[in-house]
Write a protein that binds this ligand. Structure first.
Ligand code: FAD
Length: 475
């Protein structure tokens, strides 16, 4: 177990001057008002408290900053777009926030080798645009893509809506450039598809949430752009039927996304987000299915065949296929507003769970019964990437309930839901990570040997414990 070996932040009066000498005074932010943007996270659950925000503009500056922090035992919290949902990017104890947003250069785009090299602070939306400009596709897609950065995506091993077809963020990476805690630079920015020269170190840093190194650039895989994409909005009776539909669709179409939405989600989005219910009849559950094809008109045709067979087998109640790009976007806007609209229905207690695909119906039945026993009238808003076995099992407070006392039961509810997840062989963090939110739960769910190895790796790469202390692992 790591021992804290850190000086109280700010004890060295010359520290900020020395940091300013590296990054330039305009890029050292120490007044409270200017720091606010960096210290408030999307959930409003983990307020940050920082000594200063440091904004390096190059890998060399990141390296010099970390060398100085190592020398002075100064704790550093790496931060990208500040869209993380588990508090990993928030300083807890007046650490220094190392904002990577100024590392925003696209270093190379190589359509021939289907690769792009970008610095850590480039937003995900920009990577997708750069790929599109050379008739390629970068498949990672999150509702936060306008703000989140590639560095943050890789540090959290983000998931999103296209994991079913292309994998998690780590599967989209060819090489990484990483600055280690002592300032050394690991130069691994190759675009090779094959490289079996020993341990594949890049995977240590992906999903490590800034606790093992600072990602400064990444070589990413690109794909040919599909000639056709289409979406279907499908109404059905049960989650089990949704899984049968998935199996059928994967046989007959190139399915890229398969998202589950409950009826209450349609009610919330039509009420609060101006969405239009895509189907005329009400259904207990909905699926938003996206498919791609390498022939013009192929995606819609494939989806049409899938739906025809699904109707014949009585798997689905109703469905509509997007007739235009705008309609497909409208389906996705509805799906992407599901998290936000819950805020307008009072407090919500959230989970980001995964179970084996076949256990989804059991999980939902057991969890729904358990949370109703705990909080009668609680409104379950379970939605998400069901094709990956991943659900955002969110709970809105009962109508008329007191928000504060509902939210006060967060841990108690988590314990019950996570207990079911663990029993079913699942994960309590499918895609958002551990951060500070689930750090103390990790020892309860992680294999003890795996947890011990994680501590050994942390100790080897960051012996002074300066990188994002208190995140992922207990100190
Ligand atoms: C509306 C919305 C929708 C979202 N949808 C999804 C979704 O579908 N799937 C999903 O997986 N997530 C989702 N997220 C969560 C979030 O967008 C992702 O975790 C994203 O990858 C974080 O990127 P970021 O640049 O904002 O990182 P930050 O929030 O700044 O940081 C996240 C973590 O990464 C570390 N970090 C950041 N940059 C670096 C770096 N360069 N080197 C080392 N460590 C670093 C931080 O220390 C922190 O631990 C969503 C968030 C919002 C607000």
């Amino acid at each position: 177990m790591l021992k804290p070996a850190l000086e109280p932040q700010g004890s060295d009066p010359a520290l900020l001057d020395r940091l300013a000498a590296i990054v330039g005074s305009p890029h050292v932010i120490a007044d409270r008002d200017s720091m606010t943007d960096y210290l408030v996270e999307p959930r409003g659950k983990w307020p940050g408290s920082a000594h200063a925000i440091i904004r390096p503009g190059s890998t060399a500056e990141v390296s010099a900053v970390l060398r100085l922090c190592q020398e002075t035992a100064t704790a550093v919290v790496p931060q990208g777009g500040n869209t993380g949902l588990v508090g990993g990017q928030m300083p807890m104890d007046r650490e220094i926030v190392l904002s990577l947003r100024r590392l925003d250069r696209v270093r190379a785009v190589e359509p021939m080798s289907n690769s792009i090299i970008v610095e850590a602070g480039v937003t995900l939306a920009r990577v997708r645009d750069e790929a599109e400009a050379v008739d390629r596709m970068f498949p990672l897609s999150l509702a936060s893509e306008g703000s989140c950065t590639i560095g943050g995506n890789l540090a959290t091993n983000a998931g999103g809506t296209a994991v079913l077809a292309y994998g998690n963020a780590r599967d989209l990476v060819l090489g990484l450039e990483v600055v280690l805690a002592d300032g050394r630079v690991l130069r691994g920015l190759n675009t090779l598809r094959k490289d079996n020269t020993g341990y594949d170190l890049k995977h240590l840093f992906m999903g490590s949430e800034g606790t093992l190194g600072v990602i400064t650039a990444a070589a990413l895989k690109l794909w040919p752009r599909p000639l056709d994409e289409a979406a279907a909005f499908v109404g059905l009776r049960t989650p089990a039927e949704a899984l049968d539909l998935l199996a059928l669709a994967q046989k007959q179409a190139q399915v890229t996304s398969f998202e589950l939405i409950p009826r209450i989600g349609i009610e919330f989005t039509t009420k609060h987000a101006g969405a239009r219910d895509p189907l005329t009849e009400h259904h207990p559950w909905y699926v938003l299915l996206d498919a791609a094809s390498s022939t013009v008109g192929g995606a819609a045709a494939d989806i049409g065949n899938v739906l025809e067979e699904a109707f014949e087998r009585d798997l689905i109640g109703d469905a509509t296929v997007s007739a235009s790009i705008d309609q497909r976007r409208a389906f996705w806007r509805l799906r992407e507003s599901l998290s936000d609209v819950q805020r307008l229905e009072g407090g919500s207690i959230k989970h980001d769970i995964a179970v084996p695909l076949s256990a989804i119906p059991t999980f939902l039945a057991e969890a729904d019964a358990a949370v109703e026993r705990l909080i009668p009238g609680v409104r379950v808003v379970a939605f998400g990437h069901v094709g990956d076995g991943n659900l955002h099992y969110n709970l809105s407070q009962p109508l008329g309930a007191d928000q504060a006392s509902f939210l006060g039961r967060w841990e108690e509810v988590n314990a019950v839901v996570h207990g079911i997840v663990t029993r079913l062989g699942g994960s309590i963090s499918a895609e958002h990570g551990i951060g500070q939110s689930k750090r103390d739960l990790l020892p309860e769910v992680k294999d003890p040997t795996a947890l011990a190895l994680m501590h050994t790796i942390k100790q080897a790469l960051d012996p002074k414990g300066i990188l994002n202390p208190g995140k992922v692992l207990q100190r």
